[in-house]
Design a protein around this ligand. Structure first.
Ligand code: UT7
Length: 328
């Protein structure tokens, strides 16, 4: 694979809210238990934001860490991308809130709405913006307050979702954090995963609120099967395009939806779970934020060395999917 162009990840930061909610806590809200949740998902606990803490607040906290690690000030960012399925508002978008919160200048501010695949989409876009030479430093965020759009009467989904944020600074580097290749995709499937109301199809009404249509609805089994197949397919494709073998991948940082999905897919590809980052046991499924939070954790734990091949892969509502292969 060519060494050019050379957009790379300079730094990563993350933020998770303070409030920890265990499976036992959720068992007081819906008919469930710790054993079922852990065995079926790998989740033990998750974190929820405060009522007065919004998606952009978490995005800003994650960005501060990423900027500090990159030794950059906010004015050096010339493009803001925020991947989120739980924006502060329809508009101004969450990227505008981040711009305001960090006191940035009038730089472009764009939200990406591909649910849990948002961060891998954002990273591909960020790399493209940098590689064309149009922008120098792109702030690439995945941030969610899914607790604000969770259906608390649906035990099949409310146990999954959580809040948090992660941010990456993408710029031309000396080869560090190089984004070697990415692919994003989508295939319409409304029933698999949706938030039905609040848009132009079903504007907010008493009825949409009463029927819980402003919250996430999912067909878990449909998404599960789709995800296993896509994770396998994407891992193989990424390696093939980069001219490496799955055995050469030092670490996979997958979207933290369900440990069983990840285990099935990795077994098929032949990547042992010792080379896969799992943190949904502590953070649940934070959608677009899950990959940068897990990536940051792996870096902090010293699991990633210079030159390592790192595969990020995600799937989500749309249905959508995507991967980025990075050489650290
Ligand atoms: O990030 C993108 C969004 N994430 C996803 O779309 C997640 C993908 N899907 C999944 O992770 C899994 O499908 C779930 C975790 C959502 C569900 O696990 P499952 O193994 O597919 O369970 P299921 O939906 O097939 O349900 C099995 C049983 C059902 O009972 P019956 O009909 O067999 O008697 C459910 O009613 O488990 C029951 N069940 C529960 N029991 C206790 C469903 N949710 C719960 C629960 N606690 N929370």
């Amino acid at each position: 694979m060519s060494q050019q162009p050379s957009a790379g990840i300079l730094s990563i930061g993350s933020y998770t809210p303070q409030r920890v909610v265990t499976n036992d806590d959720l068992a007081k809200v819906v008919d469930t238990n710790d054993e079922w949740i852990f065995q079926r998902t790998g989740i033990r606990q998750r974190r929820y934001a405060r009522p007065d803490e919004f998606t952009s607040d978490m995005a800003i906290e994650a960005t501060k860490v990423a900027l500090q690690r990159a030794e950059l000030t906010p004015d050096k960012v010339d493009y803001i991308l925020v991947a989120t399925a739980s924006p502060d508002n329809t508009f101004p978008n969450t990227a505008c809130w981040v711009q305001k919160g960090l006191g940035m200048g009038d730089v472009p501010a764009l939200d990406i709405s591909t649910a849990c695949s948002g961060f891998v989409y954002a990273l591909e876009l960020a790399a493209s913006l940098v590689n064309t030479g149009s922008y120098k430093t792109v702030l690439c965020i995945g941030a969610e307050k899914l607790s604000a759009i969770t259906n608390w009467t649906d035990r099949g989904s409310c146990i999954l979702f959580a809040d948090g944020a992660g941010a990456a600074i993408v710029t031309r580097t000396d080869g560090r954090g190089r984004i070697i290749c990415s692919r994003n995709g989508a295939r319409y499937d409304y029933d698999a995963l949706n938030v039905a109301a609040g848009g132009s199809r079903q504007p907010a009404s008493h009825e949409t609120v009463e029927k819980n249509l402003h919250t996430i609805a999912l067909k878990g089994r449909t998404v599960y099967k789709f995800a296993v197949q896509k994770f396998e397919e994407m891992a193989r494709e990424a390696c093939e395009r980069a001219g490496i073998k799955p055995a050469d991948v030092a670490l996979v940082v997958p979207h933290q939806a369900n440990v069983n999905i990840i285990e099935s897919a990795m077994e098929r590809v032949g990547i042992p779970m010792s080379r896969v980052v799992i943190n949904m046991d502590r953070y649940g499924n934070t959608s677009a934020a899950s990959i940068p939070i897990a990536f940051d954790e792996a870096l902090k734990d010293g699991r990633i060395k210079r030159g390592d091949y790192i595969l990020l892969e995600a799937f989500g509502g749309g249905l959508s999917w995507g991967y980025n292969l990075i050489q650290w």
